[in-house]
Design a protein around this ligand. Structure first.
Ligand SMILES: [Zn+2]
Length: 118
């Protein structure tokens, strides 16, 4: 898609920023907790040479994977109310610049403190 054809609406960009901030307090915090638990269990498995901690590490993959999928399906574009990127697409959903469904900018292409040219 040609990005110069993407629609620039400051209200959509502001609503997206609010949704990303809300996500960071909700499921984002949950995902960070899971990743921390995985890191600690991996360290315990190596340091203690314990198979139990290795299984804990492997088991934590499942809720993390589910949380990632839920995250992608619930962080919706403020304009079209659909996920802005596909479930299998790489990268965090909050990192996208524009919605691939409706082609509205989710972050300002002109920078945070600058406004669109008239
Ligand atoms: Zn959209």
């Amino acid at each position: 898609m040609k990005l110069d054809r993407a629609t620039h609406d400051p209200a959509v960009i502001a609503a997206w920023a609010a949704r990303v901030a809300q996500r960071a307090r909700g499921i984002g915090r949950f995902q960070h907790g899971l990743m921390l638990a995985m890191a600690l269990s991996a360290m315990a498995a190596v340091l203690l040479q314990s198979g139990t901690w290795g299984r804990v590490f492997a088991t934590l993959f499942i809720p993390l994977l589910v949380a990632r999928i839920v995250d992608r399906l619930t962080l919706l574009c403020p304009h079209c109310n659909r996920p802005p990127i596909g479930v299998l697409q790489r990268g965090p959903p909050e990192g996208v610049d524009y919605c691939q469904q409706c082609h509205y900018w989710l972050r300002s292409p002109y920078g945070i403190h600058r406004h669109a040219p008239d």
